[in-house]
Design a protein around this ligand. Structure first.
Ligand SMILES: NC(=O)c1ccc[n+]([C@@H]2O[C@H](COP(=O)([O-])OP(=O)(O)OC[C@H]3O[C@@H](n4cnc5c(N)ncnc54)[C@H](O)[C@@H]3O)[C@@H](O)[C@H]2O)c1
Length: 267
């Protein structure tokens, strides 16, 4: 790795597993001191320990991103250890069975599911930005995790999709408000990333449908998302701000029926 984050401090939320854990590991491998933040204390500690075992610098922070006091304390703890923040990757989302799993038909939707989705996915990102920007004295880079669910409709997950759409607008507002201070803000919008949790949640038929939607023969991995996040967090993207980058192996780049037909022809 190039060490392009040498001497920099990064904070990654939702970093106990999946995309967040991979992004925390990538930023650390490229030289950053990383705050590994998650609601799940044991998972955050495991990610931080794995980074340290590979020679990196990481500290685990247990925090519910929807709770302003906890967010304020977590950022203060990181700043007390490392002096400031240069990179924020706000990635946590309520994906558990009780929230995402119950985010189904709107006419039967429990409002508590809608509220918790917005609290974690949207208010959580706002609170992270609110309390991290003041700790970025020399400017910085913020990357929010949205989703292709922000860009297309579905028969389920309206709360999730609406929260991820709002993050795309929020990205532009943060970029506009803090650009003059040298703070950039961008979002990544992945399609299905084959994390163990995602693979478990989908049936073989659903996985085959997802494969048919892609133009490329391969799905995105957490490391592919980490590559894009570390690019957006680095000076190599110093002129990119207010943007949402889709990372989806071509899922949204075409009229679905054309690719599905082509895929069937190759079976
Ligand atoms: N996996 C995919 O296919 C996919 C596709 C598009 C977007 N995304 C987005 O990527 C991000 C990471 O998802 P993932 O697939 O790695 O799932 P994941 O479940 O591994 O990661 C989500 C993390 O967020 C944490 N979290 C949940 N609520 C929290 C809270 N209140 N405070 C702090 N942490 C909290 C969880 O404990 C978990 O570690 C999410 O924003 C998700 O919406 C995932």
């Amino acid at each position: 790795m190039t060490g392009r984050f040498d001497g920099r401090v990064a904070l990654v939320t939702g970093a106990a597993s999946g995309i967040g854990a991979a992004c925390a590991a990538r930023l650390a491998a490229e030289g950053a001191c990383v705050g590994v933040l998650d609601l799940r204390a044991a998972g955050a500690k495991a990610t931080a320990a794995a980074i340290r075992a590979r020679g990196g610098t990481a500290t685990a922070l247990t925090c519910d991103v929807s709770d302003e006091k906890q967010v304020e304390e977590a950022v203060a703890t990181l700043v007390a250890s490392f002096g400031r923040v240069d990179v924020l990757h706000s990635n946590a989302a309520a994906l558990d069975r009780e929230v995402y799993g119950r985010d189904r038909e709107l006419d039967a939707l429990d409002v508590a599911v809608w509220d918790r989705t917005m609290e974690v996915n949207l208010r959580g990102a706002m609170l992270m930005v609110k309390h991290t920007v003041p700790a970025m004295p020399d400017g910085g880079a913020i990357v929010l995790t949205s989703s292709v669910s922000a860009l297309v409709g579905d028969t389920v997950h309206a709360a999730y999709g609406a929260s991820k759409s709002a993050l795309i607008g929020f990205t532009r507002y943060v970029a506009t408000m803090y650009g003059a201070r040298g703070v950039r803000c961008n979002a990544v919008a992945p399609a299905l990333v084959l994390t163990p949790a995602a693979q478990q949640a989908l049936t073989p038929a659903q996985l085959a449908d997802k494969a048919a939607e892609r133009l490329l023969p391969w799905a995105c991995t957490v490391d592919d998302v980490a590559s894009l996040v570390s690019f957006l967090a680095s000076d190599e993207s110093r002129c990119v701000t207010g943007q949402t980058l889709v990372i989806d192996s071509g899922t949204l780049a075409h009229r679905p029926q054309h690719a599905i037909q082509r895929w069937r022809e190759h079976q």
